[in-house]
Design a protein around this ligand. Structure first.
Ligand code: ADP
Ligand code: MG
Length: 474
C-alpha cells in the first residue's frame, strides 16, 4: 500500500499544527471517552484516541468487505437457528471452557422451554486485515466476526469529519474531498428501530444493557440519540438492575419495574468476569423473554472462535447455506487458515507445526475483547505445555496475517506526539432483522478502521492499543 502522506508525515512543524487542530476538532465533533481516572463521570472527558492521518486502504478490498457483509449476516443468522451445528461444533469446547458451557446451557434451556421471541435482530462487525504475507497484491482476510457488543459504530460516525479537516490543514483539500461519509450509528439504530416496530408495542422501550464502568458511553449515546430522534424511548440498565427489577408476565413479556421492554441491546455480557450467579440469573431471564435480544444467546454462540474455525472446514459453508453458492464463495474468499486443536491426529499435527514455527500462527482462546491471543515464543511455550492435555481444545490456531505497515501518528491524551509504524484493521457493521423465518432487513451499516503500532500484536481501542482511523481509498 502506498504511503499516501509521505511528503508531510516527517514535517514536524506541519504535523504539530495539524495535531492541535485535530484534537480540538475531535472534541468538537464528540469523539469522546470518559477518562481512566474518572470512568463514571461525564463532567471530565477526553477525546477518544485517533490517528492524525487517515490510512490508505485498497479500494478493491474495501468494496469486497462491504459486498460480503450481507452474506455474513445471512450466515450468522442461519447458524443461530441450527441447533445441530452449534451442538456438534461446540461439543469439544464446552467440555473444557466453563464460560462457553454456561452460555450453551442457557441456550439449551431456552430451546427446551420453547422460544417466546419471534423477532430477531443482529448487529455484528466483521473485522479484516490486509494480508501481504505472500508477496503479491494485498488480500482481505477476516480476523473475526463480533456478534455481541460490537462497538465504535457511534464514535466512528464522527471521525471522518476530523480527518477531512486535518487533510485541509495539511494542504490536501482535494484528498479531503475523497473521504467517504460513514454513519454506522444511524444504520444500527435503523435495525433496532425496525425490531422495536415489529415487536409491536408503542409503550415499550429499548434497553441498552451496559457495563458497570462505562468509559465508552458516548459511543453508545450516538446510537441512543438516533433512537430518540425516532421517538423511541431508551433506558440504560446493568445486569444487576435486571436481577433486581426484571420480571416476565404470563406471555413472557419482559418488564423492568413495570416498564415493558421491546429490545435488549447488549453492550455487555461477552466476558466471563461480569457474570456472578445473580447476573447469570438475569441473563437467563432476558433470554427466556419475548423481548428482541440483540443478540440472542444462539447468535452470541455463533460468534465464537470455535465456530469460526469450523466454518473454514471444506464443505461446512456449503452445508449451512445450500442454494447460495455465490455467497459461500464470497465468504470463503475472506478466510485465513484456521485449525482445530481438538484431541486427535489432526490437532497433534498442527500443534507440532505451530511449535516448530510459531511466527506463522496466532493461538486464540474462546474469548472476546482483545488481549487474549498468544504469539511467537509465548505461543510456543503455552502449546508445549498443553499439547497433550484436553486444555488444548479451548484454543484454536489461525494463520498470522501480515499487513504492510505505514507511518502515522497515534493521538492519545497525555502522550507525546511521535511517528509510529502502524497497521490497520477494517470492520464492517452488519445489521439484519428476521421476523419468524423471513429476513426483513439485511444491510451493511458502515465501517470502522482501527490502527495500532506494529509492536502491539493484540488489543483494540477499548484496551488502549488501537485508535480510531478513517480509510483513505487508494
Ligand atoms: P478479540 O475477540 O479478542 O477481539 P481477535 O480475534 O479480534 O479477538 O484478535 C484480537 C486482535 O489480535 C485483533 O484485533 C488483531 O489485531 C490481532 N489478531 C487476531 N488474529 C490475528 C491474525 N490471524 N493475524 C494477525 N493479527 C491477529
Ligand atoms: Mg477482535
Amino acid at each position: 500500500m502506498a504511503a499516501a502522506w509521505q511528503d508531510v508525515v516527517r514535517d514536524a512543524a506541519a504535523v504539530r499544527e495539524a495535531a492541535a487542530v485535530a484534537v480540538d476538532a475531535a472534541l468538537l465533533a464528540g469523539v469522546l471517552m470518559r477518562t481512566g481516572e474518572q470512568p463514571h463521570a461525564s463532567d471530565v472527558v477526553n477525546y477518544a484516541p485517533f490517528t492524525l492521518l487517515p490510512s490508505a486502504v485498497p479500494r478493491a478490498l474495501f468494496e469486497q468487505a462491504y459486498t460480503v457483509q450481507q452474506d455474513f449476516n445471512l450466515l450468522v443468522d442461519t447458524i443461530s437457528q441450527n441447533k445441530e451445528f452449534l451442538e456438534k461444533t461446540l461439543a469439544s469446547t464446552i467440555k473444557v471452557d466453563d464460560f462457553t458451557a454456561r452460555l450453551f446451557r442457557i441456550y439449551m434451556q431456552v430451546l427446551e422451554e420453547g422460544l417466546a421471541q419471534t423477532v430477531f435482530l443482529g448487529i455484528n462487525r466483521s473485522d479484516y486485515m490486509f494480508d501481504c504475507g505472500l508477496g503479491g497484491p494485498a488480500a482481505l482476510r477476516q480476523i473475526e466476526i463480533n456478534t455481541i457488543a460490537a462497538s465504535f459504530g457511534g464514535l466512528t460516525s464522527r471521525t471522518a469529519d476530523v480527518h477531512r479537516l486535518v487533510l485541509k490543514v495539511l494542504g490536501k483539500t482535494e484528498e479531503a474531498s475523497h473521504l467517504l461519509p460513514n454513519n454506522p450509528a444511524k444504520g444500527l439504530a435503523l435495525g433496532i428501530a425496525k425490531a422495536w416496530e415489529l415487536y409491536g408495542s408503542q409503550r415499550a422501550v429499548v434497553m441498552f444493557l451496559v457495563e458497570d464502568v462505562q468509559r465508552n458511553i458516548f459511543d453508545q449515546r450516538c446510537v441512543e440519540n438516533e433512537l430518540w430522534n425516532r421517538n423511541i424511548r431508551v433506558v440504560r440498565k446493568r445486569f444487576w438492575d435486571v436481577f433486581e427489577q426484571g420480571s416476565l408476565d404470563a406471555s413472557r413479556r419482559l418488564y423492568m419495574d413495570g416498564q415493558e421492554v421491546a429490545v435488549v441491546y447488549y453492550r455487555e455480557g461477552y466476558v466471563p468476569q461480569v457474570y456472578d450467579e445473580q447476573n447469570w440469573e438475569a441473563r437467563l431471564l432476558l433470554e427466556r423473554s419475548r423481548a428482541v435480544k440483540c443478540p440472542d444467546i444462539a447468535t452470541q454462540l455463533a460468534g465464537t472462535k470455535k465456530v469460526q474455525q469450523e466454518l473454514s472446514r471444506p464443505g461446512t459453508l456449503e452445508k449451512l447455506l445450500p442454494g447460495h453458492p455465490e455467497a459461500v464463495a464470497r465468504i470463503r474468499a475472506t478466510f485465513a487458515g484456521l485449525y482445530s486443536l481438538d484431541e486427535g491426529e489432526e490437532g497433534d499435527r498442527i500443534a507440532a507445526t505451530a511449535i516448530a514455527d510459531p511466527d506463522r500462527f496466532v493461538l486464540k482462546p474462546q474469548r472476546e475483547g482483545g488481549g487474549n491471543n498468544l504469539y511467537g515464543e509465548e505461543l510456543r511455550e503455552v502449546l508445549e505445555k498443553i499439547k497433550d492435555s484436553p486444555e488444548r481444545t479451548s484454543y484454536i490456531l489461525m494463520d498470522k496475517i501480515k499487513p504492510q505497515p505505514a507511518l502515522n501518528y497515534l493521538l492519545r491524551a497525555h502522550s507525546p506526539l511521535q511517528v509510529s509504524e502502524c497497521i490497520s484493521e477494517l470492520g464492517i457493521f452488519g445489521v439484519y432483522v428476521r421476523q419468524g423465518q423471513e429476513l426483513v432487513l439485511n444491510q451493511a451499516a458502515g465501517h470502522l478502521l482501527r490502527t495500532k503500532a506494529i509492536e502491539h500484536a493484540d488489543g483494540g481501542v477499548a484496551a488502549g492499543v488501537a485508535v480510531l482511523d478513517t480509510p483513505y481509498l487508494v
